[in-house]
Write a protein that binds this ligand. Structure first.
Ligand SMILES: *Cc1c(COP(=O)(O)O)cnc(C)c1O
Length: 402
């Protein structure tokens, strides 16, 4: 009998774009007996969590918490401002815009999607044309994804706001920051965002299960104008509860609140500016390795312009079936899990196996990034994918820059 040779024992590294690496402080905060849900520590902590959730989103306005994943936050946000017969505009830059747009149909609303493909940002001229053509102001909202987690493009939300203002269009600006919050700079109030959705399992470093909708006074007015709002998704009692249970529309997600408190402590102790700077610096190291590998052979970063790349996730292609072979090799042989390619090809298309993604969101530091990149280069060598030399040196050089 041959003993399978693998170097995978040891701490596993889940380097996918969510759920992200969970800090020990978060795990430890959650490992405890069930708390009193009527009074005491949990109740006090919830108030502080709400205050700090506003700080992370850079808003002085409102936030509602949901026991749900990101899809739940999508539906929650729409349920408060979009009614049957309403119309929204969705500039889509990868997979996630389509997902949010699709939820509109379930609410009897109509989403007009402008598809910008799988490797580019919004073309603001085309979005502007659609807004200007809507002279009757039928679009009630524009739904934008800040970072599309499938393509890893980062869209310019402030520029989209400026465009809407320039066109004099009164639609609400609604933004999906599920991948970007706590990774890429986001300024809800300064950028004039009306509704922002996020979830706890990416930049916020908590196991999946809680998500959030932040909303402006203008969005609150839009909610007040709807004929009816589903009781469970209604953000009004959640953001302004008369009783504690109304924060959550029922029993509190007890352990998630403890975990979230610990995560917000880490983020705010580091400081938002530094959190963003760390992600930007780590991302530059990832790109440097990717660009060096791409000097020879099939390796390509999906987004060619660095100014348009997310700091939280990087999508790459190496040709089928090497993408899948690489993921399987690093997972089984060295304990590293990379993300699947998402939305780049249909799952039954052989080309699907040519893509993968690197998650670098949340609780990651320089040595982890070097470990991930070292793992990828080891895998490329092991499965025989030709690639340019010097990827690790290039990444190390970037990390060493002050
Ligand atoms: C992860 C993600 C979602 C979906 O979140 P779930 O928690 O899986 O429902 C939506 N949008 C973006 C941009 C994401 O990254």
């Amino acid at each position: 009998m041959t003993i399978p040779k693998t170097l995978a024992a040891g701490r596993q590294y889940l380097a996918i774009p969510g759920p992200s690496v969970i800090p020990d402080a978060v795990l430890q905060a959650m490992h405890r007996a069930a708390p009193n849900i009527y009074a005491g520590e949990l109740v006090d902590m919830t108030h502080s969590v709400v205050v700090d959730l506003r700080r992370v989103a850079r808003t002085a306005q409102h936030v509602a918490i949901y026991i749900a994943n990101g899809h739940g936050a999508w539906e929650a946000a729409l349920s408060n401002v979009i009614g049957p017969g309403d119309r929204v505009l969705v500039p889509a830059t990868g997979r996630f815009g389509h997902g949010w747009a699709d939820m509109c149909a379930g609410l009897g609303a109509e989403a007009e999607v402008i598809d910008f493909g799988r490797a580019s940002t919004f073309d603001l001229d085309r979005v502007g044309e659609a807004l200007k053509a809507d002279t009757a102001h039928r679009y009630k909202a524009v739904l934008a994804t800040h970072v599309d987690t499938s393509s890893s493009v980062r869209n310019d939300i402030a520029a989209l706001r400026a465009l809407m203002d320039e066109c004099g269009h009164p639609a609400l600006l609604m933004v999906d920051c599920i991948a970007s919050l706590g990774c890429d700079r986001f300024e809800m109030d300064d950028w004039g965002v009306d509704v922002m959705v996020s979830a706890c399992q990416k930049g916020l470093m908590v196991p999946p299960g809680v998500s959030f909708v932040w909303f402006s006074d203008k969005a609150a007015e839009a909610r007040a104008g709807l004929a009816r709002v589903s009781r469970y998704w209604d953000w009004a009692p959640r953001a302004n509860p008369a009783e504690y249970y109304q924060h959550f529309g029922g029993t509190a997600p007890t352990h998630h609140i403890f975990g979230l408190r610990a995560a917000l402590d880490l983020i705010l102790a580091e400081g938002m500016e530094q959190v963003w700077a760390r992600h930007a610096h780590l991302a530059r190291a990832v790109w440097a390795a990717g660009e060096a590998w791409g000097q020879e052979g099939p390796f390509r970063l999906n987004i060619s312009d660095p100014a348009l790349r997310s700091h939280a996730v990087t999508a790459a292609r190496i040709g089928a079936p090497q993408g899948t072979a690489l993921r399987e090799w690093v997972s089984s042989q060295i304990g590293l899990t990379l993300g699947i390619g998402l939305g780049m090809a249909a799952p039954d298309d052989p080309a699907w196996h040519g893509f993968f993604r690197l998650g670098h969101m949340g609780h990651v530091n320089g040595q982890m990034i070097m470990g991930m990149l070292g793992g990828i280069e080891t895998g490329l060598n092991a499965i025989g994918v030709p690639h340019g030399k010097g990827g690790l040196e290039a990444a190390a050089k970037v990390l060493g820059e002050s």
